[in-house]
Ligand binder design. Sequence first.
Ligand SMILES: [Zn+2]
Length: 184
Amino acid sequence: MKNEQLVLTPGNIHYLPNNIPGLLNDLKQAGLISAAIGDLPSYHFNTGANFSSLISFLGCNPSIPESGKPGGLSVTFEFYNSGARFMGGKNVSSPRCLNCKHQFSDWQQLLKQWQDNNNTRITCPDCSHETLVTGLNWRYRAAFASCAIVINEISEGTALPADELLKILKNFSGCDWFYFYRQV
Ligand SMILES: [Zn+2]
C-alpha cells in the first residue's frame, strides 16, 4: 500500500450530489468504477473497464497497478453532509497567495480560524491581497470540498483525470472539478 491518492473535488466547495446513486451509475456506465468492494455505504469500488481512458497515467512507460488485489487501484467516494471541509492529508505544503506567491507557512493556524468561522478573511502580508483560506493556491496538495472522488494507490504526479472524466463530472454537477494528491 502506498497510501497515496489522486483526489477529485468540485470547484464549488459546497457541492454535494443530491442523487448519489445517479452519480455512481453515471461513473459505472462510463467505466470508471465497477463492482463495489464491501458493503455500501462504504462507497468503495474496483476500477471499471474504461478506467485507463478516464485517468491519464503520465510518463512513457507507466506501471498501472491492477485493480481487485490488495494494494491495487480502487475508487472511494466521500460525502460530507456537515459542509465543506479541508481535504488535505499528510503531504500538505504551505499554500501560496494567488496574487504574489507569498507562502503562508502558518497555514495550520489559518485553517483553524476558518474552521471556527468560515468567513474569516486573510490578508497577504506581502501584497495585501485579501482572500479566504479556501482561495489560496494549495499547489495540488489540498482542497476544500463537501465531497470527493478518491483514486487509491496513485503517487503524486503520476496520473491525472482525463478531460472526458472532468466533462462527465461537470455535466452531472454543473461545476468544474479539480484534483490534488493526498498522502493518508
Ligand atoms: Zn500576496
